[in-house]
Write a protein that binds this ligand. Structure first.
Ligand SMILES: [Zn+2]
Length: 221
C-alpha cells in the first residue's frame, strides 16, 4: 500500500517547474528498503531534472511497520497533539493495538522507528528524556534544543540520549540508570493505560511529557 502523488515543484535555483512524484506512505512489508530510505533521508531528497540542484524536500509521509505494529505519520512542523484521520484509520480498523504517532521532524520519525522496533515504550522514554534533559540543562547552563533516544545497555544498566544544547546546538550524550526508564514505565502503565487503543495519531514528545508529568504530580497531591 505505497501511495504516490504527483506535485508541481518549482526549482529554487533555476525556477523550472516540474512534476515530481512524491511518496506519501509506504509499509515495510511491501517495501523493505523504505526504512533505509528514511534513515539516510533519500526519501526526502529532491533533485531538479533540469539543472541538477538537489535539496531536502519535506513532505508528509506515513511509515507503516506491520510486523512491529506501529505507524508513524511525519507531518512537517506539526504542533497539534493529536490528529484523527478517519479515512486512514478505517483502512486499518481490523488491526488492534497499533501504536500511532505523529511527529514534527525527520529526526523524531527516525527515533520512533528505532524505539518501536526494539519494543520499547516511547511514553516512558519521553518521561525519562525530560528528566535527563533537565539535568543536562543544569550541567551545561544552556537550554536543551532537542533530544533523542540512542540506546539501552542492559549490561551497564543505562539508557542514553543525544541532546542538542545551546544556541549552536552542540551534541551532548547523557546516560542515566535504566531504573528511571522502568519507573517511568510504571507511571505510564498506571496513568496512561489505554492510550494506544484510542482513535488518532498522538504527538508523544517533550510537550506531552511535560503535561503528563504535571498531571501526574497533581494527581498525587
Ligand atoms: Zn533547477
Amino acid at each position: 500500500m505505497s501511495e504516490i502523488v504527483t506535485k508541481t515543484v518549482i526549482c529554487p535555483k533555476c525556477r523550472q517547474q516540474t512534476n515530481t512524484d512524491i511518496r506519501i506512505s509506504a509499509n515495510t512489508r511491501e517495501e523493505p528498503n523504505i526504512r533505509k530510505m528514511i534513515m539516510d533521508e533519500t526519501i526526502f531528497r529532491w533533485k531538479c531534472p533540469k539543472c541538477g540542484f538537489s535539496t531536502r524536500f519535506q513532505h508528509p509521509f506515513l511509515y507503516n511497520d506491520i510486523e512491529n505494529k506501529f505507524m508513524v505519520y511525519y507531518i512537517p512542523q506539526v504542533e497539534r497533539q493529536k490528529v484523527v484521520d478517519i479515512k486512514l484509520e478505517e483502512q486499518f480498523s481490523e488491526l488492534k493495538d497499533i501504536k500511532k504517532r505523529i511527529v514534527p521532524d525527520i529526526n523524531t520519525l527516525k527515533e520512533k522507528i528505532v524505539i518501536f522496533e526494539q519494543g520499547l515504550d516511547d511514553m516512558a522514554l519521553e518521561l525519562t528524556k525530560l528528566a535527563v534533559s533537565e539535568i543536562v540543562s543544569k550541567d551545561t547552563g544552556h537550554n536543551v534544543y532537542s533530544g533523542y533516544f540512542t540506546e539501552i545497555d542492559e549490561e551497564k544498566n543505562t539508557v542514553s540520549f543525544q541532546f542538542f544544547v545551546g544556541g549552536d546546538k552542540r551534541s551532548y550524550i547523557q546516560s542515566t540508570r535504566l531504573d528511571i526508564y522502568r519507573r517511568s514505565m510504571g507511571i505510564v502503565k498506571k496513568h496512561f493505560p489505554k492510550v494506544d487503543q484510542q482513535l488518532g495519531f498522538l504527538n508523544i514528545g517533550r510537550q506531552w511529557a511535560k503535561e503528563s508529568l504535571d498531571n501526574y504530580k497533581k494527581s498525587r497531591k
